[in-house]
Design a binder for this molecule. Structure first.
Ligand SMILES: Nc1nc2c(ncn2[C@@H]2O[C@H](COP(=O)(O)OP(=O)(O)OP(=O)(O)O)[C@@H](O)[C@H]2O)c(=O)[nH]1
Length: 353
């Protein structure tokens, strides 16, 4: 049975390139005193889930779609998780989907229009794209998905304004406006926006999307489109550059984008790890687009979390390790042409003696 639009559960799709600030925005939304309950679905690029652990919502439920890229699992995992949520209507007010930085938002948004069950129970409220003031211009040159994320946005959070000059900010905003003149745009530092600017917007504009992508509402069985949106080596499909996928969508593959995950159940030596990491991103930061980790240091009862975007690093103690929690250090590097063996060797040398 189809529900009237007003009763459909609103879904916000949060997108934006690697490291732009999606999790920062999500945490801001979840930790605000909004009196609402959100179900959160995250999709991560990488072999080991770290994002899930970095979301600080008090009692939100977080569902992970970890095992595949969002375009390939979109009619599988996403529909399955949404289906499960629909059966528990009334337990939450809205759904937020945070996509990987490498996801093309088109197939995600499409799910809400072509899958009948989903369409009957949920409505796409808005596609919210977080854009990195410092790096977006570079990514628009070499990452087609970054451009699609801007093109599909109903709301754009132009974030990290603290890292650029006013002239650079004006320039990146003009580039965004060249791609998408329609979206509401907010300039922010650390994604500081009013919740009302992001949630419950009723902003998704199908007519506009059909102008950008006339085949948007087709099921995907026999059409072709040129978005480059499959990057997950574990996706399970047989990819070739520019090849057709099982369901007929044309997929390009950024064959150089890789995710390197490292872990250790032995504590790390902070006096070795931090200098090594700083040196690594200083020398390889062009190739390493994104790094993050949750670390267990020797003689330290707190988890240490670090985040990197290119050569910029941030890190801090987060919270004490729980009694029942294995003190496992997990690190992920995402980038192109990563010097894998050197990174592995360097990491191993940081294990405390
Ligand atoms: N200087 C500065 N750093 C920021 C700002 N917003 C977020 N960051 C930092 O940028 C890094 C990446 O932020 P995240 O929110 O994790 O980015 P993300 O888009 O979720 O990253 P992925 O999930 O890996 O794609 C973190 O170290 C943040 O603390 C900002 O406005 N200014």
């Amino acid at each position: 049975m189809s529900s009237p639009a007003s009763e459909k559960i609103p879904v916000t799709v949060l997108t934006g390139y690697l490291g732009a600030g999606k999790t920062t925005l999500l945490n801001r939304i979840l930790s605000e005193n909004h009196g609402k309950k959100y179900a959160v679905i995250v999709n991560e690029f990488g072999e080991i889930g770290i994002d899930n652990d970095l979301i600080i919502g008090a009692d939100e439920e977080v569902f992970e779609m970890n095992n595949g890229c969002i375009c390939c699992t979109v009619r599988g995992d996403l529909v399955r998780i949404l289906g499960g949520l629909m059966k528990r209507r009334g337990k939450f007010d809205a759904i937020i989907v945070e996509t990987t930085g490498l996801a093309d938002p088109a197939p995600v948004a499409q799910t809400f229009f072509v899958d009948e069950d989903v369409q009957n129970n949920a409505r796409l409220d808005a596609v919210v794209t977080v854009a990195d003031s410092k790096w977006l211009s570079d990514r628009l040159k070499d990452a087609p998905e970054a451009k699609n994320q801007i093109a599909f946005a109903d709301v754009i959070i132009l974030n990290k304004t603290d890292l650029v000059t006013p002239a650079e900010l004006a320039e990146v905003e003009a580039r965004i406006r060249g791609i998408n003149p329609y979206a509401h745009l907010h300039r922010t530092e650390r994604c500081q926006v009013a919740l009302a600017d992001v949630l419950d917007r009723g902003a998704f504009d199908l007519d506009r999307i059909l102008e950008i992508e006339p085949e948007f509402l087709e099921s995907g069985d026999d059409h072709d489109h040129d978005h480059e949106h499959c990057h997950d080596p574990h996706c399970g499909h047989d990819h070739h550059h520019g090849d057709h996928h099982g369901h007929g969508l044309k997929h390009y593959h950024d064959e150089h984008m890789q995710s390197l995950a490292l872990s250790s159940d032995k504590p790390l030596d902070p006096k070795k790890f931090m200098p090594w990491l700083q040196q690594l991103v200083a020398t390889e930061g062009q190739k390493i687009l994104r790094s993050k980790g949750i670390l267990a240091f020797s003689d330290d009862d707190d988890r240490y979390v670090f985040q990197g975007v290119h050569m910029m690093l941030e890190g801090d103690h987060q919270r004490p390790w729980r009694e029942d929690e294995p003190r496992l250090s997990r690190v992920v590097f995402i980038g192109r042409d990563l010097p894998e063996q050197a990174i592995r060797d360097g990491f191993d040398k940081c294990i405390a003696a």
